[in-house]
Write a protein that binds this ligand. Structure first.
Ligand code: ADP
Ligand code: MG
Length: 254
């Protein structure tokens, strides 16, 4: 890394820092001044009702959405600055969506190799070795030559995670990674994410899995209607929500 990351008062390093972020779609103001951060090695879970702006917030982190105002700083680099080499910053951020978005015409191993070759310019041998290591990590070494359509949803999502990890990102963003899965397939995906967290991966996870948030999250953020209503230690927020809107939401999902 060429640019040193800023260090916080507590000595931890900021992976993501968002300041006074605003975003509208037409007249619909979706993010109404968000201040948010994730420290290196931290797992931050984001919960909230549908339409509250969770995905938009996550997508602003690598400028899949263009913020209207405010700052998004990733590892000390302001990605809202037009001078910033966005592609370079993006390679440090792995993203996993609800829909797995694998390339359907490519085998699993090719799905993992292609961006390493094209974007990172890795040699074929290195890309293959990395891909295989990541497939092993998600427990799918035997599926190298399979096509996505022949895998279960849970397996496809684990491949999507392995593909993101193959790019050797510094942090991983997850947008409801288990929401499209049959209930019996959710556990394997959460296990992979739990292991990643235990290895110290920096993670921002939009999820409805409150058990995961409680066990794995260092911080829980509750969003509603474009603002962060409440945040804190997951166990405390879940057991003793301070805000009436958080209480109302949790009473529906817990
Ligand atoms: P969440 O992920 O919490 O369900 P989203 O961030 O997806 O919420 O959406 C927040 C609001 O922004 C919703 O009202 C949604 O309809 C709107 N929205 C999201 N993306 C777009 C878009 N590309 N164009 C127009 N409106 C959008
Ligand atoms: Mg969403």
């Amino acid at each position: 890394m060429s640019t040193p990351s800023p260090t916080t008062a507590t000595g931890s390093t900021r992976a993501i820092e968002i300041r006074d972020l605003h975003k509208s779609f037409g007249k619909n103001e979706v993010l109404k001044g968000i201040d948010f951060h994730v420290d290196q090695g931290e797992v931050v879970c984001v919960i909230g009702p549908s339409g509250s702006g969770k995905s938009t917030l996550l997508r602003c982190v690598n400028r899949l959405e263009e913020p209207d105002s405010g700052q998004v700083v990733v590892e000390g680099i302001d990605i809202t600055d037009p001078e910033t080499d966005l592609d370079k910053v993006r390679t440090r951020i792995g993203i996993v969506f609800q829909q797995f978005n694998l390339f359907p015409h490519m085998t699993v191993i090719d799905n993992l190799v292609v961006a390493q070759r094209k974007v990172l310019k890795r040699s074929k041998a290195e890309a293959l070795a990395t891909a295989r290591a990541m497939l092993e990590k998600v427990g799918l070494s035997d599926k190298e030559e399979a096509y996505p359509a022949h895998l279960s949803g849970g397996q496809q999502q684990r491949v999507a995670i392995a593909r993101a990890l193959s790019m050797s990102p510094d942090m991983m963003l997850f947008d409801e990674p288990t929401s499209a899965l049959d209930p019996e397939l959710v556990g394997d995906v959460l296990d992979v994410m739990r292991e990643l967290a235990a290895e110290g991966m920096t993670m921002m996870v939009v999820t409805h899995e409150m058990g995961f948030a409680r066990e794995v999250g260092d911080k829980l953020v509750f969003m509603d209607d474009g603002v962060i209503v409440e945040e804190g230690v997951p166990e405390e927020v879940l057991a003793n929500p301070q805000h009436e809107r958080t209480q109302a939401f949790l009473s529906k999902v817990l």
